[in-house]
Design a protein around this ligand. Structure first.
Ligand SMILES: Cc1cc2nc3c(=O)[nH]c(=O)nc-3n(C[C@H](O)[C@H](O)[C@H](O)COP(=O)(O)OP(=O)(O)OC[C@H]3O[C@@H](n4cnc5c(N)ncnc54)[C@H](O)[C@@H]3O)c2cc1C
Length: 477
């Protein structure tokens, strides 16, 4: 029996593991990636001297404060995914499968910290399924871990704070970035943008990226969107239009860029699968698609013994993720009876104070980068929304118009969200469309986030799990 299992090795999971270990807890940390770091501290998988772009030769290592995790104090299970989690009388059972295939294993734990991060929010538009079109996070991950550029002439488009660092690192690594296209515009909402000045370090960070882009002569188009990609066999042209305040393209404003790659990103959606499997409470805010795990100030979730931290509690960036991870690690240690009460209480109070300030910046970003409904006019009826099952925007629209009021009903009628990605990619778009067509709020139409099997896994592994057996099935043999 493990004492504490942490799922996720990003800033939230590493901070939780570090805090709990310092309080004397035996910690096991599981991450699907072969190295620790999560998205922001993703480490290179290249050996010294291996190829890749010039920037990839820079060694990426973890910040020093996380080194204890790699020094043997935490049992690490890397390159393996937790694909199922359940409650048992003694605590929790997690099923873990190596990403490279092979025999899975079962971990039992008295307490768990879930720090599984977020998926990228991709919105559909004509041509988004062409080879050469990826998410900005995928382009960044490819560059950080493998030193590979997504293309030589790249357009970065979407909305949110990830666009600038991704464009800057692509340009720095040798790509010709033909433009950064951001749907929000400071000219439309100057007061909100002006409030960023209350966070000087963030302003300096943004100016650093903009300076970098200026050096590489990368145009930054605000209040515009990538509305179509075309090409023979792969993306060759990207059409960009100016937007009105609701994000409807302005007629006659289109211009076309020659590209061999396009990266898009509209923010992130928390990865709630394990939370749902364990029956944790979550909530949806009606503004942004995707629910967030609920917790108290110590990061304890609604089920005793489960703690949550990082992006799955709300999209707020790496600083918040790390602070929440520390709180969760301390609280888990306390739950396990290991806390040195006075020190932990002092720690918790300081961390909560820092967290409030970091959260206020995240809230401001959330207000600035709010999706506007006009994006739903970018796809046409033939645009595929579920690329796994080839379900078009028009098919989803017809299902909702013919009376499917819930996303699960639309899935049943159209098969959208039933493919390999299990609705991770199309889910937020389908939720938004169904809500818009039925006049309901986002929180009223359901979602595709409840998956009994979190990751693709061999059927033999599923067959070993009693809770997933069909009670009606005939006995084996
Ligand atoms: C694709 C992508 C790219 C991003 N790039 C950047 C960037 O360049 N700069 C930036 O500031 N922010 C970036 N972000 C935002 C970033 O997620 C946060 O700022 C920060 O990393 C959040 O920390 P976290 O610990 O909550 O999650 P993450 O850092 O995402 O860590 C979550 C970890 O959980 C693991 N995991 C998830 N599910 C399982 C499972 N079932 N079993 C085992 N392991 C699991 C993942 O492999 C991952 O390592 C990116 C986000 C995404 C989704």
């Amino acid at each position: 029996m493990n004492e504490l299992v942490v799922v996720g090795g990003g800033p939230a999971g590493m901070a939780a593991a570090d805090a709990a270990v310092r309080l004397g807890v035996r910690v096991t940390l599981v991450d699907s990636a072969p190295r620790l770091g999560g998205q922001i501290y993703r480490q290179s998988l290249l050996s010294p001297g291996e190829g890749g772009s010039p920037a990839s030769s820079r060694k990426r290592s973890l910040p020093a404060r996380f080194r204890s995790i790699e020094s043997g104090q935490v049992e690490l299970i890397l390159g393996a995914s937790v694909w199922s989690a359940s409650r048992v009388p003694s605590g929790f059972t997690l099923r873990v499968n190596p990403m490279s295939g092979g025999e899975g294993k079962t971990l039992n734990a008295k307490a768990i910290v879930l720090a599984t991060g977020a998926s990228e929010l991709a919105l559909p538009f004509p041509g988004w399924e062409l080879p050469g079109v990826s998410t900005a996070g995928a382009a960044q991950a490819l560059l950080k871990s493998q030193g590979v550029l997504v293309g030589h002439r790249v357009l970065v488009a979407g909305s949110g704070p990830l666009l600038l660092p991704v464009a800057a690192s692509l340009a720095h690594s040798g790509a010709k970035v033909v433009g950064v296209v951001e749907a929000c515009s400071p000219y439309r909402d100057p007061l909100k943008f002006a409030r960023i000045s209350a966070y000087p370090s963030k302003v300096l960070e943004a100016l650093g990226y903009l300076r970098h882009l200026a050096i590489h002569r990368v145009p930054v188009l605000m209040g515009s969107a990538l509305v179509r990609c075309d090409g023979e066999g792969r993306v060759q042209h990207a059409s960009v239009a100016r937007l009105d305040k609701d994000w409807h393209p302005i007629a006659g404003s289109e211009r076309t860029f020659e590209v061999d790659a396009v990266c898009t990103s509209f923010g992130f959606v928390p990865r709630l699968e394990l939370c749902r499997q364990l029956g944790l409470d979550d909530s949806c805010d009606d503004i942004h698609p995707g629910a967030t795990a609920l917790h108290d100030t110590s990061m304890a979730a609604s089920v005793p013994g489960v703690f949550v931290a990082g992006e799955l509690t709300g999209i707020a960036g790496a600083v918040v993720a790390e602070l929440e991870g520390r709180l969760a690690g301390n609280a888990a240690a306390s739950y396990l009876g290991r806390s040195k009460a006075a020190r932990t209480a002092g720690d918790q109070a300081t961390t909560i104070g820092k967290l409030r300030r970091a959260m206020s910046f995240a809230d401001l970003l959330g207000q600035i980068y709010t999706l506007q409904p006009g994006w739903m006019t970018w796809p046409n009826n033939d645009t595929l929304v579920c690329r796994c099952e080839d379900v078009s925007w028009g098919t989803v629209r017809r299902a909702a118009e013919s009376g499917a009021m819930k996303v699960q009903a639309v899935r049943g009628l159209t098969r959208c969200g039933m493919g390999y990605c299990q609705g991770r990619t199309c889910g937020p778009a389908v939720v938004s469309l169904v809500a818009a067509l039925t006049g309901a709020r986002l929180s009223q139409v359901g979602d595709l986030d409840s998956r009994p099997v979190m990751m693709p896994v061999a059927l033999g592994e599923v067959a070993k799990v009693d809770e997933l057996r069909d009670p009606e099935a005939p006995p084996e043999g």
